[in-house]
Design a protein around this ligand. Structure first.
Ligand code: FES
Ligand code: FES
Length: 169
């Protein structure tokens, strides 16, 4: 048995036919070759498979691909620019040494992207640690990840404080 699906992935609508049991993670990685979504535990514990579904992080190993039909998915491949330019958060991760092996990095980036969209300019360490607590990192000890996210939040504060003056000119 197969089912049709239609999902917006990284701004582009994709159609396909899948078995009902196919997970979103396998659909992204194996059918669309979006291998930036990483799989580790495959039972909802580690968060390394997180993607954004309608703007909210969700474990793609726990979601069937057909459940995503009609919804908007963002994977880590959506973050860089068309020429491969790193986005602000990716750049901050690089500058703050917020990754070692890099296995958790796609999920961390997407989880932090959601946090900074929902809480722009928030630098509170406790809030950031709580936001990323669902993604397991074996390497970094998390401190540099927190610092990278804080640096982007500070940049957002600067933009927020400049915006009224810029609009007035
Ligand atoms: S691979 Fe999905 S939560 Fe670990
Ligand atoms: S950098 Fe290795 S798991 Fe996070």
């Amino acid at each position: 048995m197969t089912l049709p699906l239609r999902i917006e992935i990284n701004g582009r609508w994709r159609e396909g036919i899948v078995e009902p049991r196919r997970t979103l993670a396998d659909f992204l990685r194996e059918d669309l070759n979006l291998t930036g979504t990483h799989l580790a535990c495959e039972h909802g514990f580690c968060g390394n498979c997180n993607v954004l579904v309608d703007g909210a992080t969700l474990r793609s190993c726990l979601m069937f691909a057909v459940q995503a039909t009609g919804r908007s998915i963002e994977t880590v491949e959506s973050l860089a620019g068309p020429g491969g330019e790193l986005d602000g958060l990716q750049q901050a991760f690089t500058e703050h040494h917020a990754l070692q092996c890099g296995f958790c990095t796609p999920a961390m980036l997407l989880t932090a992207t959601e946090f900074l969209r929902d809480h722009p300019g928030v630098t509170d360490e406790t809030a950031i640690r709580e936001a990323i607590s669902g993604v397991l990192c074996r390497c970094t000890g998390y401190q540099q990840i927190v610092e990278a996210i804080q640096s982007v939040a500070r940049a957002q504060q600067t933009v927020q404080s400049l915006s009224p003056a810029q609009e007035a000119t």
